[in-house]
Design a protein around this ligand. Structure first.
Ligand code: APR
Length: 234
């Protein structure tokens, strides 16, 4: 598996104008997680949940990758399988920056996709509202579709890939995540070298476990992080 894992969160896309979740004014200040991002959201609050993801999907059309996305895409192109690009983000900014879709792992799903609630087929719908794609029904089996997003309390199958990559990675890089969902402390503790880049300390992250810490915007830290990677793989 990869020598280097770059794990990102909403903070990586913040400078592209996409809201984070737990920063003040973030999405979870505006919406109740348990209503729009819970395993039973589609059963209990179908309309509000579809509306929430339709709005976030439509917003993506007008957002552009920032410098940090672009540097990570170039690093992946240069170093290939030596680097695993793994993100909690469901936006398509890595792809807009030129990343091949198979070269980034979206742990929590992907906003431009819908999934059939029955046959589980996945459809790429771009920025369309759910009900603008086949009236919101699966073209294959006619069951209802849903956002192809992992809600709290649901299985997140791609976490297996994360475990595989971190099991033998030698440099663990965290960019723009509070660590509230993925426990990054234990990964940093058992990896030879680790880098943390957030705007400010997070209650869920023990930064003393990291070899290097950058409390600054990702677009300011990314060149130093890229230098670390270049030196590490030289
Ligand atoms: N550059 C670097 N880091 C930033 C920036 C920036 N410009 N702006 C914000 N951050 C950092 C904040 O310091 C914070 O630590 O990004 C982090 C954002 O944390 P969250 O809002 O909790 O987002 P994230 O960690 O991605 O959430 C994880 O929770 O709700 C679920 O599924 C959702 O994938 C999401 C998961």
């Amino acid at each position: 598996m990869a020598k280097i894992v770059i794990l990102s969160g909403a903070g990586l896309s913040a400078e592209s104008g996409l809201s984070t979740f737990r920063d003040s004014g973030g999405l979870w200040d505006q919406y109740d997680i348990s209503v729009v991002c819970n395993y039973d959201s589609m059963q209990k609050n179908e309309e509000l949940t579809i509306e929430f993801y339709d709005k976030r999907r439509a917003e993506l059309e007008f957002k552009e990758p920032n410098y940090a996305h672009k540097v990570i895409v170039e690093l992946k192109k240069e170093y290939g399988s030596d680097i695993a690009v793994i993100t909690q983000n469901v936006d398509n900014l890595f792809e807009k920056a030129g990343m091949n879709s198979e070269d980034v792992i979206h742990l929590h799903g992907f906003l431009p996709e819908l999934r059939c609630q029955d046959c589980e087929r996945v459809y790429t719908v771009g920025y369309k509202k759910q009900n603008e794609f086949g009236d919101g029904l699966c073209p294959e089996c006619s069951a209802k579709l849903r956002p192809n997003i992992v809600f709290f309390g649901e299985p997140a199958p791609k976490y297996e890939l994360l475990s595989e990559h971190i099991s033998d990675c030698e440099l663990f890089i965290v960019i723009g995540t509070s660590g509230e969902v993925i426990g990054v402390n234990s990964i940093a503790q058992f990896t030879d070298r680790s880098i943390l880049n957030n705007l400010e300390p997070s209650g869920a992250i023990e930064d003393s476990l990291f070899t290097k810490v950058f409390y600054t915007k990702a677009t300011d830290a990314i060149d130093e992080i890229a230098n670390e990677i270049d030196e590490f793989l030289a």
